[in-house]
Design a protein around this ligand. Structure first.
Ligand SMILES: NC(=O)c1ccc[n+]([C@@H]2O[C@H](COP(=O)([O-])OP(=O)(O)OC[C@H]3O[C@@H](n4cnc5c(N)ncnc54)[C@H](O)[C@@H]3O)[C@@H](O)[C@H]2O)c1
Length: 271
C-alpha cells in the first residue's frame, strides 16, 4: 500500500456536514428520508420544508424531525439544504440559502440552464463561501462525460424514452415529443429536462435532446452518445420509477444520497 493511501486511511474523518434540511418533501425526499430513518445517511436530517405542510409533517415524523414554516427558519440551524422541490424553488429559495453561507444540493437541475440564474448563484456562492452540488441524477456515466470534456467534444446527444404516464400525457403509439437543444426544451418539459441539463453543465456544451413518449416501455430510459478526442462513449440507463412520482427515477434519489455521504468521506473515487 502506498504511503499516501496509508495516511488517507489513518487520518480521522473531517466532518463537514452534520445537520441537513430538505426543501420539497415529495418523491426524492421520501427516499432520502427512508435512508435517514434506517440510520444510513451519515448526517442528521432534521428540518423539513414544503409549501404543502402535510407533506413536510409526514416526512418529519419518520425521523423525529422538525417542520419549518419557511426556509428562513432552518437556515441558522443547518449546514446544508437538499433542494428536491422545483425549478421555481431554485430561482427563489436557493439564493437565500447560499447567501447565508450554507451549502446546497440541487436536484431541479433544469433551472440551471438559465445562464443568468446560474452565474448569479455561482457569484453568491463565491461571495459567501457556500457550495452548490449537483448529483449525477438519473443517469450513469457522468464521471466519463466530465473527464472527456477536458478535451474537445464533437458531439453529445441524449435520447430520453418514457412511458406517456411518466410524461403526464396520453399516447397510444411511440411519439417524438421534442427534438432540439436542451436549453430550448426547458419551458416545455421543466420536469423532464434534468438529465439533459446535468449533461450540458457537466461537459460545458448544450446537449442535443430527443424526448420520446413510448407506451411500450415501463422504465424511464436515457441513452447518452458522446464523441470527442477521448474516443466515443455510449451509455444506457433503464430506471425504476419512484412509486410516489412516476416522472422521477429511483437512481436520482440514490445519487443525492451517495453525494451527501461522500461529502464527509476522506476517500473520494471517480471524477
Ligand atoms: N436531477 C435529476 O436527474 C432529477 C431526476 C428526477 C427529478 N428531478 C427533479 O427534482 C425535483 C423533485 O422531484 P420529485 O420527484 O421529488 O418531485 P415531487 O413533485 O414528488 O415533490 C416536490 C415537492 O416539492 C414541493 N415544492 C415544489 N416547489 C416548492 C417551493 N417553491 N417551495 C416549497 N416546496 C415546493 C412540492 O409541494 C412537492 O411536495 C423536481 O424538480 C424534479 O424535476 C431531478
Amino acid at each position: 500500500m502506498s504511503r499516501k493511501l496509508q495516511l488517507l486511511q489513518q487520518s480521522p474523518s473531517k466532518v463537514i456536514i452534520v445537520k441537513v434540511g430538505i426543501l420539497g418533501c415529495g418523491a426524492i425526499a421520501n427516499i432520502i428520508t427512508n435512508f435517514a430513518a434506517e440510520g444510513k445517511l451519515g448526517v442528521d436530517l432534521e428540518f423539513f420544508y414544503d409549501r404543502d405542510m402535510e407533506r413536510a409533517e409526514n416526512l418529519a415524523s419518520q425521523v423525529d424531525g422538525t417542520v419549518v414554516l419557511n426556509i428562513e427558519d432552518l437556515l441558522d440551524r443547518v449546514d446544508l439544504v437538499i433542494e428536491t422541490a422545483s425549478p421555481q424553488a431554485v430561482k427563489e429559495i436557493v439564493p437565500q440559502i447560499l447567501e447565508r453561507g450554507k451549502d446546497v444540493i440541487v436536484m431541479s437541475v433544469g433551472a440551471l440552464l438559465d445562464h443568468e440564474l446560474m452565474s448569479n448563484l455561482k457569484k453568491i456562492a463565491q461571495e459567501h463561501d457556500s457550495r452548490i452540488y449537483v448529483p449525477s441524477g438519473a443517469i450513469v456515466g457522468l464521471d466519463g462525460v466530465k473527464s472527456a470534456s477536458i478535451g474537445k467534444i464533437q458531439k453529445i446527444s441524449l435520447i430520453t424514452r418514457k412511458n406517456p404516464k411518466s410524461l403526464g400525457i396520453s399516447a397510444e403509439t411511440e411519439t417524438v415529443l421534442y427534438e432540439g437543444k436542451a436549453g430550448d426544451a426547458v419551458e416545455k418539459f421543466p420536469m423532464n429536462i434534468n438529465v439533459a441539463a446535468t449533461l450540458s453543465i457537466a461537459c460545458g456544451k448544450e446537449v442535443d435532446v430527443k424526448i420520446i413518449a413510448d407506451p411500450n416501455v415501463d422504465r424511464n430510459s436515457h441513452e447518452v452518445h458522446m464523441i470527442g478526442d477521448f474516443g466515443e462513449l455510449k451509455t444506457t440507463t433503464h430506471n425504476m420509477r419512484c412509486s410516489i412520482n412516476p416522472k422521477t427515477s429511483v437512481l436520482a434519489a440514490y445519487s443525492a444520497i451517495k453525494l451527501l455521504k461522500s461529502l464527509n468521506e476522506n476517500f473520494q473515487i471517480g471524477t
